[in-house]
Design a protein around this ligand. Structure first.
Ligand code: NAP
Length: 271
């Protein structure tokens, strides 16, 4: 009854693994640096990860919103079903064409599937992606004044575990958002306030943003894909709240303010 978790050290995979282990459930958390090694882009690593697992929580890399995700995810999901790993929960994104195609390929593989279609995570600003820039005092994003309903990766992990354990979620798509719309400018301000320092907000046209991602170390193809994806999904299409978190957990999603207070509060100085 082992559950495979891809992105096992990532923002949601790590949290899902932790929760399942706390419930006494056997877990195999994999990534390119685990044993067995697992790489989405190297199908010779898939069988070793899947063998002996009956369920899986899947987070795709480099990003489910980039073209080509459908081919790889479809092939992987068919392999999973063939090897007896039939209960599959997939993390997907909202309002992304390539992600929709990947979901279709995932569903067609014939597993007992669930899809978690999620808003951007709070933890992008504290654990990944923008964390380093924020630590240095600024946040840069593509031009947009649209609010995004950022969600807590801990809420998402709790939802993922609930859906893995309860067959009532088979064949369902849950749209997961936080409790309010927040612009990137507001994020910079709220995260700055919670951590006790100023975080300057900068926005730039999408082609300039590609250059900043490349200079931060992203391969040019991924940087271009991501920058245009951000611009696309921040055009207003995702600027609404959904009830997935409360539908599954029976409570409201956590607010950024509570998250930031806990995750970023400066330790009190004594003496
Ligand atoms: N971040 C968000 O706000 C958000 C919101 C909605 C949906 N999503 C979707 O969720 C998925 C995961 O995104 P994330 O931002 O949460 O990333 P993440 O899971 O935090 O990504 C890091 C994890 O992926 C592993 N990894 C990286 N490249 C890999 C590869 N080629 N093969 C296998 N494992 C690999 C890393 O470990 P190693 O380096 O050891 O391989 C690490 O465990 C993406 O498809 C994204 O589109 C993200």
């Amino acid at each position: 009854m082992t559950t495979l978790i891809t992105g096992g050290t990532g923002k949601t995979g790590r949290r899902v693994a932790h929760r399942l282990r706390a419930l006494g459930r056997p877990v195999r958390a994999v990534s390119r640096h685990s044993e067995p090694r697992f790489d989405w882009l190297d199908d010779s690593t898939w069988q070793g990860a899947l063998t002996g697992c009956t369920s899986a929580y899947l987070t795709f890399q480099p990003d489910i919103g980039l073209p080509g995700a459908d081919t790889i995810l479809g092939a992987f999901s068919r392999r999973a079903v063939a090897l007896g790993c039939t209960r599959l929960v997939l993390l997907s994104g909202r309002g992304e064409d390539a992600a929709r195609q990947a979901e279709t390929a995932f569903i067609a593989a014939g597993a007992e599937w669930t899809i978690l279609r999620s808003a951007f995570f709070f933890q992008n600003f504290t654990e990944a992606f923008w964390a380093e820039e924020i630590a240095a005092g600024s946040l840069t994003m593509v031009e947009s004044t649209v609010g995004e309903p950022f969600v807590d990766a801990d809420d998402l992990a709790e939802v993922a575990v609930a859906t893995l354990l309860d067959p009532v979620h088979i064949g369902r798509i849950h749209e997961l958002t936080g409790p309010r719309l927040i612009t990137f400018r507001e994020i910079a301000h709220e995260i700055g306030s919670a951590s006790g320092r100023h975080v300057a907000y900068r926005q730039m046209p999408v082609h300039d943003y590609v250059a900043t991602l490349v200079s931060a170390g992203l391969p040019e193809e991924d940087a271009t894909g991501l920058a245009y994806l951000f611009a696309e999904v921040l055009d207003g299409r995702n600027a609404r709240l959904e009830s997935g978190v409360s539908d599954v957990l029976g409570r409201e999603a956590r607010d950024l303010r509570d998250f930031a207070r806990n995750a970023l509060a400066q330790p009190a100085h004594h003496g």
